[in-house]
Ligand binder design. Structure first.
Ligand code: PGA
Length: 252
């Protein structure tokens, strides 16, 4: 059985005071939730403050990115996995489409970052997903396969155990246009089969594959009914504690 994970990606929103307040509001709203793992990903400057607020709760802290380099070094502007652990993170989002689109992240950097996260004891949430042009030209499987195979290159079945995948079609992110449950299920099953080709069926069956792209309280239930959807990576609708709690508690 795969325990679902519902993670909120706060992107470049919220000051320290605002993210701490949202974390504090969220805590009691999900205090009795145990059907899924819960995480929030604030900006770097808020990580330690949010982690302190969530200490002892069932909400984990994730970073939105991670350096491909380890430890310490002359890499201006970067934050290493070890530093993210120090700031209270247990997860790191890697290869989000906004990083790929606006900051030139490649399949190769995504792989390096995923490995850096694992080395630092963080669980990477590896994002893959096609653009609208790629879907319109019927290439969504080809793209997702290339991205996932590249991201998982050189990893072992033991590593796979600590990896989370997020399928986030770029055309569904922040657009209000959610993939239908059937579209998502078809891609999730496909991604699982690609993982199985490299790591074997049993290992692939244990990997959590989250869906991301305009997830809201209104559509989480129907998405989660699909067999291969193991949770969600939520952007816009995670910024408000009450809305995110409704998504987390989609069971009712
Ligand atoms: P969205 O973002 O929920 O606002 O579409 C999802 C994401 O980018 O992770």
């Amino acid at each position: 059985m795969r325990k679902p994970i519902i993670a909120g990606n706060w992107k470049m929103f919220k000051t320290i005071a605002e993210s701490s307040a949202t974390a504090a509001q969220l805590k009691p709203l999900v205090a009795h939730t145990n059907h899924c793992e819960i995480a929030v990903a604030p900006v770097f400057t808020s990580l330690r403050f949010v982690a302190d607020r969530l200490e002892g709760s069932n909400i984990q802290v994730a970073s939105q990115d991670i350096a491909a380099e380890r430890g310490q070094g002359a890499y201006t502007g970067e934050v290493s996995g070890e530093m993210l652990r120090d700031a209270g993170c247990s997860l790191a989002i890697v290869g989000h489409s906004e990083r790929r689109q606006y900051y030139g992240e490649t399949d190769e950097t995504v792989n390096r970052k995923a490995r850096a996260a694992l080395d630092a004891g963080l669980r990477p949430i590896i994002c893959v997903g096609e653009t609208l042009a790629e879907r319109d030209s019927g290439r969504e499987r080809e793209v997702a396969k290339r991205q996932i195979n590249a991201a998982l290159a050189e990893l072992t079945a033991v590593d796979l155990d600590r990896i989370i995948v997020a399928y986030e079609p770029v055309w569904a992110i922040g657009t209000g246009r959610t993939a239908t449950p059937q579209q998502a299920q078809s891609m999730h099953a496909f991604l699982r089969s690609v993982i199985a080709d490299t790591f074997g069926e049993a290992a692939a069956q244990d990997v959590r594959i989250l869906y991301g792209g305009s997830v809201k309280p209104e559509n989480i239930g129907e998405l989660m009914r699909e067999d291969d959807l193991d949770g969600a990576l939520v952007g816009g609708a995670s910024l408000d504690a009450a809305s995110f709690a409704r998504i987390v508690n989609y069971l009712g």
